[in-house]
Ligand binder design. Structure first.
Ligand code: NAD
Length: 488
């Protein structure tokens, strides 16, 4: 794996904007630099879209909307199938670029290619099944006919942590539904998205249907688009803070919105759990993507009767993980995505320790080039410790011991976030009780793996609005239109 020549791969990726079927420079001529967080070396300079470029992308998406909506769904589905095949063929390129620009170990990057490509296949299958309904009203006087219609041009804003999957999870259902799109990738990771758009161009997506506008001045570029009533939908994945700001902007034109925001997933281990299985899942669910996942286990609540044993085994597992450049074989934990993100992880750990947390393993950034933070476990006594309340987005795990189901439910639901939760117990009735009462959108039951294109991904409370993937995913891009006529 390690002998992939990433510079050659990057040399083949277009670094311009793609607007109305043309690759072009920014109208200001400006670019921004993408770096490798493992080495701090430059990978590429990418065109930085201006507000005018954003509006040109919107013009193109608006112009292409009607024709794309009228394109037979079988044809739209075929394009998505072809894109699935091509992304899969290019798995080495996609995996190595993701590792280079955001740091995840190469084997995890391959995992993301499989996961990300699956959205193309899943929504290809769904494209031909967007059906309406027909029924008479109960009074028998009106015939109700419902049809599904694409919402219209969509702005899709994605984060850096899953650069391929977050793009396919939005672009695929939008195209399947018959919507045109403008993709705005995160500044740290535009190369994966540019390669993905190149694939879409290759497989014959018509001009204007997909546009990509990376930029280093995001709000200035996205603001005018969001204010323009021709834009009909905003789908955003990122922090709750930015999501809130975008919801305010979107209110102006009453835009349809999907918001996949932050998380602070509780990982709850009861006294009857299979402890070794729980430890294994805790390691995987915490450390996948270096902890930089919205559904990463963030708060470990462990029953007091097993807390010590769990913590010892968990800390031992964490300390064995190999930290390094994700391109190298045998590395489990790559760098944090940026100097800024590393500083924020470090600062949160310091505040947690100041509030009484005890470091069991890790705790300090590594003194070497690149943005490395070691796997870290802390035992926490106060239930209001900062690490139990704020999203860390890094390889840091606070463990808190609880006494009863009632107590842990109250602790878990205390957070403003409600994305994912994980529960380890053998008690079926307890599982159902928690399913009813844990305030999250997704629950892993004796499982640390919940992401799947076929399942509805999304949160409650400040973790967002809407669902991506599953049969729900395409509905986010469809309107239900009702036609009523008197019944003869
Ligand atoms: P971020 O909110 O800083 O940025 C996300 C995207 O929004 C980027 O493309 C960024 O350029 C853009 N953006 C930033 N400010 C903007 C503004 N004012 N207007 C318009 N766009 C703006 O988040 P991030 O640091 O890239 O990603 C990490 C966050 O994403 C975490 O909070 C994580 O939990 C969340 N996340 C959520 C999910 C989910 O499905 N719920 C998935 C992945 C990540």
């Amino acid at each position: 794996m390690a002998n992939i020549k990433v510079n050659e791969v990057i040399g083949r990726i277009p670094t311009q904007l793609y607007v109305n079927g043309q690759w072009k420079d920014s109208s200001s001529g400006q670019t921004f630099t993408v770096i490798n967080p493992a080495t701090e070396e430059k990978l590429a300079d990418v065109a930085s879209a201006t507000p005018e470029d954003g509006m040109a992308a919107l013009d193109a998406a608006v112009a292409a909307q009607r024709e794309w909506a009228r394109t037979p769904s079988r044809k739209r589905a075929q394009i998505l199938w072809d894109a699935f095949d091509r992304v899969t063929e290019l798995k080495d390129d996609f995996a190595s670029v993701m590792t280079a620009e955001m740091g995840k170990p190469l084997d995890q990057a391959y995992g993301e290619v499989t996961y990300g490509a699956e959205f193309l296949r899943w929504f290809a299958e769904g494209a031909t099944r967007t059906m309406g309904n027909y029924y008479p009203t109960p009074e028998g006087n009106i015939q109700v006919v419902t049809i599904k219609r694409p919402v219209g041009p969509c702005l899709l804003v994605t984060p850096w942590n899953f650069p391929l999957a977050m793009a396919t999870r939005k672009v695929a259902p939008a195209l399947a539904a018959g919507c045109t799109t403008i993709l705005k990738p995160a500044e740290a990771t535009p190369l994966t998205s540019l390669l993905f758009v190149r694939v879409l161009e290759e497989v014959g997506v018509p001009k204007g249907v997909v546009n990509i506008v990376p930029t280093s001045s995001t709000p200035a570029m996205t603001g005018p688009m969001i204010s323009d009533p021709r834009l009909r939908k905003l789908s955003f994945t990122g922090s709750t803070q930015v999501g809130r700001a975008l919801l305010r902007e979107a209110a102006q034109n009453v835009l349809r919105t999907s918001m996949e925001l932050g998380g602070l997933a509780p990982f709850i281990v009861f006294e009857d759990a299979d402890l070794d299985l729980a430890v294994e899942a805790a390691l995987a669910t915490k450390m996948r993507n270096m902890g930089e996942a919205c559904n990463a286990a963030s708060r470990f609540y462990v029953h007091e009767s097993v807390a010590q044993e769990f913590t010892e085994k968990f800390a031992a597992g964490m300390s064995k993980m190999v930290v390094g450049n994700g391109m190298e074989d045998g590395v489990d934990v790559g760098p944090i995505v940026s100097a800024r993100q590393l500083a924020s992880v470090e600062e949160l750990v310091e505040r947690s320790v100041a509030a009484g947390a005890k470091i069991e393993v890790g705790g300090k950034r590594l003194d070497q080039p690149g943005f490395f933070f070691p796997p870290t476990v802390l035992t926490v006594e106060g239930a209001d410790n900062p690490l139990l309340e704020e999203e860390v987005f890094g390889p840091v795990a606070p463990v808190y011991s609880f006494a009863s189901e009632e107590e842990v439910l109250e602790l878990a639901n205390r957070s403003q976030y409600g994305l994912a939760g994980y529960v380890y117990t053998r008690d079926m009735q307890r599982i159902i009780r928690l399913g009813e009462e844990l305030e999250v959108g997704m629950i892993g039951v004796n499982s640390g793996t919940i992401s799947n294109a076929a399942a509805p991904f999304g949160g409650v409370k400040a973790s967002g609005l809407g669902r991506e993937g599953g049969v729900e995913g395409i509905e986010e891009y469809l309107e239900t239109i009702y036609l009523g006529t008197p019944r003869a």
